[in-house]
Design a protein around this ligand. Structure first.
Ligand code: HEC
Ligand code: HEC
Ligand code: HEC
Ligand code: HEC
Ligand code: HEC
Ligand code: HEC
Ligand code: HEC
Ligand code: HEC
Length: 313
């Protein structure tokens, strides 16, 4: 008996250990045993009201019924046809206004790619299950050893491009000054501004908002918005666009952030709240929150990426 059960136990454990990733939604040349590859008319073989019955498709079923066949290639790839893949057909301000928030003049597109093409550059094979996972939902780019090692965080993803000496072909960053964060961020992040690395308690103005839950480092996207913002440098203009792991019970999901002219107080105060009083700790930074040692004015003299003196940003 024991011997018979053993393989099942092993199999069970293996299934438990599987990372919870869906397989790719993209079609390949085996589509329909090869007979359907390179065909454009999905309607010729797939009946709209019959597809997407399985649980993995429950979140997208209704919207696909609504957008019909024009949407298919967005999620399933171009089926070898070279046709454009649509994203904005669904990810727009009326259909999915908050997934993601795209309002604001500035967004992280690329010098040669905008709109749908930019979405695909960063998310070439999302499973659209409503659960953002860096390994499934972000395009995998090679790391500094040119290996396709999976990401541990979205920061990892940013640094595969924002570095000096191993940029991604097709997405090179034009020559910039050596210290420009566009290319210096990898070194900044690894050696100077490991933002949020918990040291706890021994700084001059220490203190985090009560209920602050980050156990590890702060991600680039806690401060930077990829999909749309009114602030320069792609700094979030609203708390809902970043600071993603702030405890919802704090009620900080509807705070506006303005960071013009190097005035970062409204950004920093989302997470930081000084423990001891003094300086500007009680002053409203302008968005209803207080708790930083300087509540207004230009912070860049002391706080900027790569500024080793003040532990960077
Ligand atoms: C000539 C008929 C035909 C056409 C045209 C066709 N398919 Fe298929 N497709 C099939 C068959 C047959 C299967 C396998 C049986 C099934 O899952 O329904 C399939 C399977 C699929 C699957 C399941 C995954 C897989 O690889 O087996 C997806 C997703 C899919 N088709 C999407 C599309 C999309 C999107 C289009 C339009 C770009 C399309 N199909 C056009 C016949 C077709
Ligand atoms: C928003 C993303 C999305 C769009 C758009 C989309 N699908 Fe799907 N599709 C899915 C997901 C998710 C599944 C489930 C995948 C799985 O089984 O893991 C799926 C599964 C399928 C399958 C295989 C299983 C089934 O339900 O029969 C077919 C065939 C299919 N889609 C065809 C289409 C066609 C045709 C269109 C255009 C009308 C379309 N899909 C548009 C996300 C999408
Ligand atoms: C420069 C890379 C980049 C581009 C371009 C980009 N994204 Fe993202 N996207 C990310 C990163 C990183 C995250 C995870 C962190 C976050 O939520 O900001 C994300 C998260 C998301 C999410 C899930 C989180 C949420 O806010 O709902 C959706 C949906 C999404 N992106 C859709 C899109 C669409 C649609 C486009 C094109 C209009 C697009 N993205 C363009 C990098 C990008
Ligand atoms: C038919 C509509 C539709 C199309 C077309 C579509 N999406 Fe989505 N997508 C959704 C929906 C709906 C969700 C959210 C599911 C949820 O929140 O439950 C989603 C979720 C996402 C997410 C968040 C991660 C996840 O797994 O949920 C990303 C990233 C994303 N889409 C990117 C894209 C990109 C890139 C394209 C184009 C290549 C695209 N989507 C095309 C409807 C669509
Ligand atoms: C595929 C490569 C690539 C990835 C991945 C990438 N970027 Fe970029 N990023 C670029 C390029 C190219 C530019 C434009 C540089 C230029 O203007 O020459 C840019 C520009 C920027 C800018 C300046 C935008 C402005 O308007 O001032 C910021 C900030 C930025 N990226 C942050 C990020 C963050 C944060 C991530 C990760 C969530 C990220 N990037 C991921 C390639 C990338
Ligand atoms: C997403 C939340 C978040 C935001 C936004 C944020 N910080 Fe932080 N910051 C942290 C965390 C977490 C720590 C680590 C605190 C600790 O050591 O206990 C930290 C630490 C610091 C430190 C101490 C560095 C060190 O090595 O101990 C400085 C200085 C700092 N932040 C400045 C800023 C400034 C300036 C801003 C605004 C531009 C800002 N932070 C925005 C979360 C944030
Ligand atoms: C004259 C230099 C100077 C200027 C200007 C300055 N700061 Fe600071 N700031 C500091 C020093 C010094 C620390 C303590 C660093 C440490 O503890 O490691 C600090 C720390 C911080 C911290 C982190 C507190 C912690 O946990 O250590 C925040 C948040 C912060 N400053 C916000 C701001 C904001 C917002 C502005 C602009 C409105 C600003 N600072 C302008 C010198 C400055
Ligand atoms: C604590 C908040 C915070 C974090 C975390 C953070 N940044 Fe920044 N970043 C800023 C601020 C503030 C600026 C200055 C923006 C401005 O005033 O134009 C900036 C500027 C930049 C710029 C220059 C933008 C330009 O237009 O020249 C790049 C590139 C950049 N950051 C990339 C990153 C990357 C990559 C990460 C993660 C490794 C990251 N940042 C993490 C706050 C942050």
């Amino acid at each position: 008996m024991r011997l018979n059960r053993y393989p099942y136990l092993l199999l069970g454990l293996m299934l438990l250990w599987q990372p919870a990733l869906a397989q790719s939604l993209l079609l390949d040349r085996n589509h329909g045993d090869g007979a359907a590859w390179k065909l454009e008319e999905c309607a010729a073989c797939h009946v709209l009201h019959r597809i997407h019955q399985q649980p993995q498709a429950r979140n997208i079923r209704a919207i696909v019924q609504d957008k019909e066949y024009a949407s298919c290639m967005g999620c399933h790839g171009d089926n070898g046809t070279g046709r454009k893949r649509p994203c904005e057909i669904c990810h727009n301000s009326s259909d999915l206004p908050a997934t993601p928030h795209r309002d604001g003049r500035f967004r992280h597109e690329f010098p040669h790619l905008a709109g749908d093409a930019a979405c695909i550059a960063c998310h070439d094979d999302s499973d659209m299950d409503g659960d953002f996972q860096v390994r499934q939902d972000l395009t995998l780019f090679p790391d500094m050893q040119k290996l396709m090692r999976p990401y541990f965080s979205s920061t990892d993803f940013c640094l595969r491009c924002h570095n000096r000496d191993h940029q991604i072909s097709g997405f090179e960053i034009e020559d910039r000054h050596w210290r420009n964060p566009l290319i210096a961020m990898e070194d900044n992040y690894n050696f100077i501004d490991i933002h949020g690395h918990r040291r706890g308690g021994n700084g001059t103005y220490t203190g985090l908002r009560s209920g602050y839950k980050y156990s590890s480092r702060v991600d680039c996207t806690d401060c930077h918005a990829m999909h749309g913002t009114e602030n320069t440098g792609l700094i979030i203009d609203h708390s809902a666009k970043g600071v993603s792991r702030l405890e919802p019970a704090l009620g900080l999901d509807n705070i506006s952030v303005w960071t013009g002219n190097g005035e970062y107080a409204q950004l920093c105060v989302l997470c930081h709240q000084m423990e001891r009083t003094g300086q500007d700790s009680q002053l409203d930074t302008g968005n209803g929150l207080s708790g930083v040692h300087q509540a207004w004015g230009d912070c860049r003299g002391c706080h900027a990426h790569g500024l080793a003196g003040q532990a960077g940003l």
